[in-house]
Design a protein around this ligand. Structure first.
Ligand SMILES: Nc1ncnc2c1ncn2[C@@H]1O[C@H](COP(=O)(O)OP(=O)(O)O)[C@@H](O)[C@H]1O
Ligand SMILES: [Mg+2]
Length: 295
């Protein structure tokens, strides 16, 4: 069944402007909200997947989670709909995914831009962990909007704990995620480091070919140090390489990764010192809440 055409009513008060993306279970639309008199993005269960109870529940869980979160580097959720099809309504982000930006641009992101990207991601993920959830699928789910990174797609988000093997995006999964078992905040440190590695070098740390027959790449090999392909400030390169260590306990914490990025972003020393003091005050409790069982 084809996606809905422009002008079609998706739900009371929402009309299709244009269809944006389709996956196995979902359609994403740029839509008009009559109530807000503005554009919004609607993530909707595909009409030919109606009756898929698990997918419907997952979408509603994602919507309710987004609605209770509020952070400048996290997409904002407006509403969760059940009828006529389950849907999540969100703010429209005007930008492209970082993965797309990196492939399109001839010039790579500067060290300062990479630093800012890392600071924004660490900020969003640290908040998410504080709310008791891991993201688990950062790779292509970061949108660059007017110099700000925004994390989208909480479809896999869940609390730390035991997880089945192989839930995530094939070549972007941390080893513990690919293998299954206990996962903690280090899984998202891996995710952030993977986004930064790709943005720095122009190539995914573990390739991006889908080959379902092969073993998960993160269980098979280690990426080259990022400095082999790209000259970067030492602290940033060390933070990225450290974030991709196979053993979760050997990866830096989100706060440490963020500190390596802050330095590269060229934030004024006073601001960095202030941020470090705040992290020291609140960091311990926050990381405990996200359940650093894997690390
Ligand atoms: N709030 C948004 N603003 C703009 N584009 C979005 C937004 N949410 C999703 N998209 C676009 O739709 C695509 C799919 O959405 P996503 O939430 O990642 O769904 P999926 O779970 O299918 O990966 C994204 O990669 C992005 O291009
Ligand atoms: Mg996605």
């Amino acid at each position: 069944m084809r996606p809905f055409a422009p002008g079609r009513r998706l739900a009371p008060g929402y009309e299709v402007i244009v269809h944006l993306a389709r996956s196995n279970l979902l359609d994403v639309y740029d839509a008009w909200s009559h109530e807000r008199a503005c554009r919004c993005v609607v993530k909707l269960l595909r009409p030919d997947r109606r009756g898929d109870e698990r997918a419907a529940l997952a979408l509603q869980r994602e919507g309710r989670l987004l609605q209770r979160l509020s952070h400048p580097h996290l997409v904002r959720g407006y509403e969760t709909l059940c009828e006529p099809l389950p849907a999540v309504v969100m703010e429209t982000l005007r930008g492209e995914t970082v993965a797309h930006l990196v492939r399109r641009r001839a010039r790579r992101l500067s060290a300062i831009e990479l630093g800012h990207l890392g600071v924004h991601l660490c900020s969003a993920i640290s908040y998410l962990h504080g709310q008791g959830v891991l993201h688990l699928d950062l790779n292509s789910n970061v949108i660059a909007e007017a110099g700000r990174a925004k994390v989208i797609d909480l479809s896999l988000a869940r609390p730390a704990g035991s997880m089945r093997a192989g839930i995530g995006t094939w070549c972007y999964m941390a080893p513990e995620q690919a293998r299954g078992g206990e996962i903690g905040s280090a899984v998202d440190v891996w995710g952030i480091a993977g986004v930064l590695y790709e943005a720095a070098t122009g190539a995914a740390a573990f390739g991006d070919e889908d080959d379902e027959d092969a073993e998960f790449p993160s269980l098979e090999r280690r990426p080259h140090p990022v400095a082999r392909d790209r000259r970067l400030p030492v602290a940033l390169a060390a933070a990225i390489d450290g974030g991709l260590r196979p053993e979760p306990s050997e990866r830096p914490s989100v706060a440490r990764l963020g500190a390596g990025c802050e330095q590269a972003a060229g934030l004024p020393r006073a601001e960095r010192r202030f941020a470090a003091r705040l992290r020291a005050d609140v960091g311990g409790g926050r990381e405990q809440r996200a359940g650093r069982r894997g690390d």
